[in-house]
Design a protein around this ligand. Structure first.
Ligand code: ADP
Length: 322
């Protein structure tokens, strides 16, 4: 049998731990005596041939680095019929039999389209939002939560000194996971997420007043980006309660930094598993974590799944934050 050649790329929004996943894919492939290529800037690299062969030492010294050595991008051209055909042609010319696509839902749609055209693709979920329905966990989430918590802890110190309230916006466009976990870990008075409708008077002001009556003097309110209007929420709180209220948007700090142990371990496990799938001749699969076991699903089925918000955890967070 001729030697198998596979490629790896990172696509869409970046997440800490992508490098650890790239390293795992490369090392696992080389262990199986495959040739391994790195495609740069997501699917763009397949369109313009920005592809390099990777050796065993190319991925040295990256397991602890945020970002992605392969760069990432969004590629509107890839979504067109012409674009996908161009990508397939590049793979055929370079003898690439399969690709590991590290990214989010959008990237998996691209992987599904390539699989349909005969290029075997396996997806690895990596996004700080933990918003992929098929997997309990996505690479980058743990690092992002820890960064957010570190930042909120610092804000809390100065809040305490001045008896202030802080409204802190964390990332998450459609998904409140990052807000929920940050809020629990910081003991926030209120956590506002896109999945749960809220009433500012009942869910924030009344809660603040109730805790104030039992002696609480400084407050943290966590708002997910997708809720919108976090600056207005801060203004309203100050007007209604008379408590000086500051507004902070954590922003891109949440995307960077050295990946946590959990992210490095998950990235390593998922990366090696993805190569196993390709070695067995699998295609159109996505690697997932279910109850801390690594397994895989058909990408098309995985994309149909609906993500469920953990209402019990959300309720518990508010029950103990009084
Ligand atoms: P993420 O993977 O983080 O969800 P995007 O949604 O930006 O990020 O998708 C990354 C890339 O995947 C896009 O730039 C595009 O090249 C490809 N992609 C996204 N959606 C589709 C789609 N419906 N069909 C084919 N390719 C897609």
């Amino acid at each position: 049998m001729s030697q198998m050649s596979i490629a790896v790329l990172t696509s869409g929004g970046d997440a800490p731990g992508m490098n650890a996943a790239v390293r795992a894919v490369v090392r696992a492939a080389l262990n199986k005596d495959m040739r391994i290529f790195g495609v740069r800037r997501g699917f763009n690299g397949l369109l313009n041939g920005d592809i390099i062969e990777i050796g065993i030492r190319t991925v040295s010294d990256i397991i602890h680095r945020g970002g992605t050595i392969l760069y990432t991008a969004r590629s509107p051209e890839f979504k067109t019929e012409e674009g996908i055909n161009k990508a397939v042609k590049t793979c055929q010319q370079m003898g690439i039999d399969g690709i590991v696509v590290i990214g989010g839902d959008g990237s998996f749609r691209g992987a599904r389209d390539l699989s349909k055209k005969g290029i075997a693709c396996v997806g690895i979920p990596a996004t700080i939002d933990n918003d992929i329905a098929c997997s309990d966990y996505t690479i980058g989430f743990d690092t992002a939560v820890n960064t957010a918590v570190e930042m909120v802890d610092k804000i809390r110190d100065t809040n305490q000194s001045h008896n202030r309230c802080s409204v802190i916006e964390v990332m998450g466009r459609d998904c409140g996971e990052l807000a929920l976990h940050t809020g629990i870990a910081c003991g926030a008075t209120a956590i506002i997420v896109p999945e749960v409708p809220f009433d500012i008077d009942k869910d924030i002001i009344d809660r603040m007043m109730a805790t104030q009556r039992t002696g609480k003097k400084h407050f943290i309110v966590i708002v997910a980006e997708g809720v919108g209007g976090s600056a207005d929420i801060a203004k309203y709180i100050e007007e209604k309660t008379g408590i000086e209220t500051r507004h902070t948007v954590l922003g891109h700090v949440q995307r960077g930094g050295s990946p946590s142990v959990h992210d490095r371990v998950m990235a390593s496990r998922m990366g090696a598993y993805a190569v196993d799938i390709l070695a067995r001749g699998g295609s159109n699969r996505v690697v997932v974590s279910k109850k801390n076991e690594i397994t895989d699903y058909d990408i098309s089925e995985a994309l149909e799944m609906k993500r469920e918000f953990n209402d019990d955890l959300y309720k518990m967070a508010h029950e103990i934050s009084v």
